[in-house]
Design a protein around this ligand. Structure first.
Ligand code: IPM
Ligand code: MG
Length: 380
């Protein structure tokens, strides 16, 4: 008997505009599964500000355990001014990334037809590259502390599925108080994401990988990153390579975005340059990303946050979430459906009749989702 392929996908719509953009993402993916003959069973989780304020719970391990049984999670945004700053971001987004070892953060920077870029004279041909951001280490390991005048001792533990590290610090200072933060780059951690960036270049027909760092100022950590990059690059003799300091990269993204093909960056710099990347591709309303563990559970999300001031107004652009959904379909193995969603978005934006506020129009969030879903159903 014919059995339709079905996928269980955990959904975290979260806070602010999250639920509004997520509703449109689901609408469009449901349309794509209908066209391509499979099914997605959406499993909603309530985590975010409301849940935290009502119960004190952020993200229980048991929910994480359940989510880890799926191949992909669909995530919108968390963060709310009523909660302590960073609490939900760290307790939900970063917790998922780290616990599920989603070591690749793939963020395509692509200007689509019909979308205005703030870069004068640049077109869709000039802005089309991928940033591969390391997603579990660097400054994000969250190891740090404070020490007051005198002697103190601090134990800092880093637990990853790849390895564990214990730092025992003897601190002695004659200064009133200091704060410190430790960054960690591991050989395996850097190696696997750099290798992915080269493989991604090969797969997408690109021939240059740019490595981003600040090895001139932080030679221990980023000198190590460079060594590993060089070693991995030897396995890809047909791919051109270069090193670029992060400050210079921000300049070149603006001046010559057409130069870039695949950019690989440590976590923190990857975070910073992808907000810039989102702007040159037309704004945060259009930028999507995937937190990928090729052998485990990945998570797909718009790069933007929860934008609390637009909550409930039906004005946010759902395209970033819809494009994140297209990446999710790819991970489920539904490449054709992923392409259908992407083409539908391209077509709707190129026609320019439906434009949300960020694109200078007055269409609503649900308007945009309806039109893209309709385009998906009409097929390519
Ligand atoms: C991002 C965000 C997150 C990050 C925050 C919300 C923890 O800025 O996904 O880029 O720093 O990675
Ligand atoms: Mg960011």
């Amino acid at each position: 008997m014919f059995q339709m392929v079905s996928y269980r996908v955990p959904v975290l719509a979260g806070d602010g505009i999250g639920p509004e953009v997520m509703a449109e993402g689901i609408k469009v993916l449901d349309a794509a599964s209908e066209v391509h003959g499979f099914e997605i069973e959406w499993v909603s989780y309530p985590y975010g500000a409301e849940h935290y304020l009502a119960t004190g719970e952020i993200l229980p391990d048991q929910a994480l355990e359940e989510m880890s049984k799926s191949k992909a999670i669909y995530f919108a945004a968390v963060g709310d001014p009523r909660c302590p700053p960073g609490l939900l971001e760290q307790g939900i987004i970063l917790k998922i990334r780290f616990h599920l070892d989603q070591y690749i953060n793939l963020r395509p920077i692509r200007l689509l037809e019909g979308v205005p870029t703030p870069l004068k004279g640049k077109t869709t041909k000039d802005i089309d590259f991928s940033v591969v951001r390391e997603n579990t280490e660097d400054m994000y390991v969250g190891l740090g502390g404070r020490a007051k005048k005198g002697r103190s001792r601090q134990e800092l533990d880093l637990l990853r599925s790849l390895y564990s590290v214990k730092f025992g610090l003897d601190i002695e200072t004659d200064h009133e108080e200091i704060a410190y933060q430790i960054m960690v780059i591991s050989k395996l951690g850097a190696e696997r994401v750099i290798r992915y960036s080269f493989e991604h270049a090969v797969k997408t027909g690109r021939n240059r990988v740019t490595s981003v760092d600040k090895a001139n100022v932080l030679p221990e950590a980023y000198g190590f990153w460079r060594e590993i990059f060089k070693k991995v690059s030897e396995d890809f003799p047909n791919i051109e390579t270069e090193f670029s300091y992060v400050d210079a990269v921000t300049m070149w993204f603006v001046k010559n975005p057409e130069w870039f093909q695949v950019v690989v960056a440590p976590n923190m710099f990857g975070d910073i340059i992808t907000d810039l990347g989102a702007m040159i591709q037309g704004g945060l309303g259009l930028a999507a990303g995937g937190n990928i563990n090729p052998d485990g559970t990945s998570m797909f999300e718009p790069i933007h946050g929860s934008a609390p001031k637009y909550k409930g107004q039906n004005v946010a652009n759902p395209v970033a979430t819809i494009l994140a959904g297209s990446m999710l379909l790819e991970t489920l193995g539904q490449s054709k459906a992923a392409k259908t969603v992407e083409s539908a978005v391209n077509k709707v934006l190129a026609q320019g009749k439906v434009r949300t506020r960020d694109l200078g129009g007055s269409s609503t969030t649900s308007n945009m989702g309806d039109v893209v879903a309709k385009e998906v159903l009409a097929g390519e």
